[in-house]
Each structure stands twice: as C-alpha cells, then as structure tokens.
Write a protein that binds this ligand. Structure first.
Ligand code: ADP
Length: 437
C-alpha cells in the first residue's frame, strides 16, 4: 500500500476512533462515531469544492504542496495540465511550421479525402490551378480541375504515374498532376508547373525536325548525282569504289534523317486514333512476307492465337513490326528462327517478336530504347542500323497506351513483347493457333 493511501486510511481510522472514544466516554459511542464520520465527510467535501474552484480558476496556488492525498492530486493534475498546454503549444508551432513550409513549396499540394474532396491546399495550388483555400474546401477536386483527362485519371484509380493537363488559369500553361495516397484514406494531389519543360522539349523537337528537314533536300541532290555516277560507265574504275562508299553513306544519312523526322512526328502527336482498326495478324503476315530475306537469313514464323484487331494507327503498327523484325533478322544467324506472335490474354494483348539470335546483356536492356544507343555501334552500323528503331517503337507504343517488355539471354535469343491494354482491342475473335505462311 502506498504511503498516501496508508495516511488516508490511518487518518480516517483515527478520526473515527477518536469520535467513538469520546462518544463512549459520554455513553454515546454510536453518536460519537457518526459525528466523527460526518466531520470526515465534511472535510472531504470541502476539499472537493476547493479542487473544483481551483480547476475553474486555473490556479492551485500552494494547494499542491504537501503529503495529503488531495495535495498529491492537485500537483498531479496541475502537472498533467501543464504538459497538455506544452503539447498544444508545440503542436500549434509545428502546424505553423508545416503550413509555412508547404506554402513555401513551389509545387501545389492538395490534401484530398477518399471521395476526392478537398481538405486543404497550399498557396502554390492557389497560384498554379486557382484553388481557393476556404471556398473550395469540401468540393470535389475535378470540379476545379475540369480537364476530362484528369477526370479519367481519378476514375482509373491507377496513380503510379502522373498526368499532364492544360492549366485552368493560363492558355499555354501545363501542369503535371500526381496523386499520392497516404494514411488510411487520404490522398495528396501534387501539382507541378511543367510549362517551361514542355516549351523546351517542343523547341528541341522543332529544332531536330527543322534540321532534319533542311538536310533532306541537299541529301536528295547528292544521292541523285551519286546514283548517276555509280551507274555511269564512263567513270574511271579508280573512282567507282569511292562513289559506291559515298552512296552507301548518303543512304545511311537519308535513313537517319527519315527516322529523326518520324521520331519528331511521334513525339509531337497525342494518343493514337481509336477509330482506326488495325489487323495485327495480317500486318505480321505481311511483314514476314516482305522482310524474310534470302537463304542467308533466319526463318520467320507467324503464330496468331487470335484475329483480334487493335484500335490505333495501321501505319505505325506496321512500322513497329518492321523495326522489331528487322532487328531480329539483323541479330539472328541464318540457322536461327524468329517467331512473330499475337494473342489476347486476360490482362493484356501481346504482340511479340522472339528470336534465337545473339541476345543482349542484361545491363544494356534498360537503355535499348534510348536514341542512338547500340550495344555494339560498329556492328549495328555495319548492318545498316541507325540506333533509332527501338526509340521509334517505344514512342509508337506510348501513343497506343502500350508498353515494351524486353527479355533476353545472351547467346540464346531475345523476346520483344508489346503489351497493349484490352481497351485497345476492337474485335476479339479467338481463332486457333495458325501459321499464316
Ligand atoms: P539499331 O538500328 O542499331 O538496330 P535499334 O534502336 O533498333 O537500333 O536497337 C538498338 C540496339 O538494341 C541495337 O543496336 C542492338 O544492339 C540491340 N538490339 C535490338 N534488337 C535486338 C535483337 N533482336 N537482338 C539483339 N540485339 C538487339
């Protein structure tokens, strides 16, 4: 038993004992006991009222000093209250700091609840997208950011990537919006001003397109003359080889220019059309027919598990297949084999080009779709490679909401799989696996 409890018990026993003793002396033990009990109760009541008054006036004065149970209670209560006050002060200070730092952020931050309603936002959100701190509280965020693409982004529930939308405030402004879920049901919408970034990338694109365009005309003239000279029987033999070389190099330059122009066009374009139907299986068969070379090239087979058609650009899907197949032919020895396949699974549609060629070391795989990246630049150049084919493939896939998955084992072969979302499938008629040779 603690000291305080013991004191309280002994104190009360003493009072009751004294009352009983005095009562016994006067022959009224019970009355003495009752009077003593009333005195003890009165004292406790008085302490209780003092305690209540002290709480009300927020002051315990000297009451908290002493050994009695009440003093102990006063002192404990006063200590807890002081601590709570300090906590509150610290919490307010912290809140002020958080508010100050979020307001100093150059990016907009908006806290949303699970129904995408605005809980609070910082100053940058007001500046970048016109959110009003008090008036918009409780509003759904897509009432403020009305771009349909943003609405679709919220609906999709897939917030792994952000979405670029036009600014609701300025005509040429662009914003990158990204939702970051946190806590139980809260979400943070981050808004970044990407107007400058987009302007610079448009400038770069335009520069590359203009430079390529300007190079085209002189190259056509030079190629024309070289074609004539190579075929001219009056040209001395000593000049024949240099002219052949020059023609080869101008053809290469023409290819580079054409591919750079194609890349600029793809980068500047939005999503691929959804009202054009692409017969993937037919395109694979046509590519096989037109590209399978002479006896010196690997065999090519087409495996269509479905006749499902895609919505998108026929020309671009053809260019994608041509790029992947020409790579496979270039990097697969003549006794190897290449399979072009098309199938629709539960999660995605898969167009893949597999070969039994030289394969690619794992460390190079993430860089393959970079412009001008080649594992072996000498070999690629020798075989007419420009280093832009897979960059073009990547952009075509992006325009079709699709991804490229590359699997490869050096010395054994590679598989390039294009994963199209099922939303891009126009007609899904499963047919038996067939080689359309
Ligand atoms: P390139 O015109 O050089 O083929 P790409 O962008 O099409 O340019 O390909 C980039 C690089 O990826 C190639 O240089 C080559 O090293 C590698 N690569 C592409 N496809 C294959 C393949 N099927 N097998 C092995 N390596 C490949």
């Amino acid at each position: 038993m603690s000291k305080v409890r013991r004191q309280l018990l002994i104190g009360h026993l003493l009072v009751l004992g004294a009352g009983a003793l005095i009562g016994w002396v006067y022959g009224e033990t019970a009355t003495g006991l009752l009077v003593a009990a009333l005195i003890a109760l009165g004292w406790q009541l008085r302490q209780l009222l003092r305690f209540e008054a002290a709480i009300r006036s927020h002051s315990f004065g000297s009451l908290k000093y002493g050994d009695s149970v009440w003093s102990q209670m006063y002192s404990r209560f006063s200590y807890q209250r002081q601590r709570a006050r300090e906590y509150r002060k610290n919490y307010r200070r912290l809140l002020k700091e958080v508010r100050k730092s979020t307001n100093a952020m150059p990016d907009g931050g908006i806290v949303l609840n699970q129904d995408f309603e605005i809980v609070l936002c910082n100053k940058a959100a007001q500046r970048l997208a016109g959110f009003r701190r008090k008036k918009d509280r409780g509003q759904r965020v897509d009432n403020i950011l009305r771009d349909p693409a943003f609405g679709a982004y919220l609906k999709s529930g897939d917030f792994a990537d952000g979405i670029e939308i036009g600014s609701p405030l300025t005509e040429n402004g662009w914003l990158l919006c990204r939702i970051v879920p946190y806590g139980a049901d809260q979400m943070l919408l981050l808004i970044q001003d990407i107007t400058e970034r987009r302007r610079l990338s448009a400038m770069r694109r335009e520069f590359v397109a203009n430079a390529s365009h300007e190079l085209r005309s002189p190259l056509t003239v030079v190629s024309g003359y070289l074609d004539t000279l190579v075929d001219d029987s009056e040209v001395p033999d000593a000049w024949r080889k240099p002219f052949e070389q020059m023609r080869l190099q101008t053809t290469r330059m023409n290819n580079i220019v054409a591919e750079l122009l194609e890349l600029s066009r793809l980068e500047g374009a939005g999503a691929a059309p959804t009202d054009e139907i692409v017969d993937v299986c037919g395109s694979l068969t046509a590519a096989r027919k037109s590209m399978q070379g002479s006896d010196g090239s690997a065999s090519v087979e087409v495996e269509c598990a479905t006749r499902a058609q895609l919505t998108g650009s026929t020309a671009e899907i053809k260019s994608l297949i041509d790029n992947l197949l020409s790579n496979a032919l270039r990097y697969t020895p003549s006794d190897g084999s290449i399979v072009l396949s098309w199938r629709v699974d539960d999660d995605a549609a898969r167009l893949s080009v597999s070969d039994t060629g030289i394969g690619i070391e794992e460390e190079h795989i993430p860089r393959l779709t970079e412009r001008f990246f080649r594992v072996d630049p000498g070999r690629s150049r020798e075989q007419g490679g420009v280093g832009l084919g897979l960059a073009i493939v990547k952009h075509i896939l992006e325009r079709h909401d699709a991804n490229l998955v590359i699997e490869s084992t050096p010395g054994h072969g590679s598989r390039f799989t294009c994963l199209f979302p099922l939303s891009r499938i126009a007609v899904a008629e499963p047919v038996s696996i067939a080689d359309d040779s």
